[in-house]
Design a protein. Structure first.
Length: 131
């Protein structure tokens, strides 16, 4: 009985100490922070996918006269996006081997989504003077 009480007190102390670490955990899942920590191969995937995004957006603009509202409107990117998420998740798995595959894929999806938003914003800015 005494050992259970000691274990409960020790667990409570550990949990209390871990409470101060929550902001650092949030940083671990931040797409920008994760993208900076990717191994070179995974960073290459992000760069390559960014090129695919630019090409697809230009093709979309040529066909429809405007940039897409989001890359979800460009069905030809679905396979490239899935491959990018998968490869980035693999790269993250090397950096954070204890994370579940689901968590890695969510983080990779966040990186890809952030890259898509950045590319569209850049292209909108570039095209603002060239309608």
């Amino acid at each position: 009985m005494k050992s259970r009480i000691l274990l409960a007190v020790a667990s409570a102390a550990l949990l209390g100490a871990c409470g101060d670490m929550v902001p650092d955990t949030e940083k671990l899942l931040d797409p920008a922070t994760l993208a900076e920590q990717l191994p070179p191969e995974a960073q290459g995937v992000v760069t390559s996918y960014a090129g695919d995004l630019r090409g697809a957006a230009e093709a979309y603009k040529a066909e429809f006269g405007q940039l897409p509202a989001s890359f979800a409107e460009v069905p030809s990117l679905a396979d490239a996006r899935a491959a990018a998420v998968n490869l980035i998740a693999d790269g993250l798995g090397e950096q954070v081997p204890f994370a579940s595959r689901e968590t890695l894929e969510q983080a990779a999806n966040g990186i890809v989504t952030a890259a898509e938003g950045r590319i569209l914003d850049q292209m909108r800015t570039e095209n603002a003077g060239n309608p």
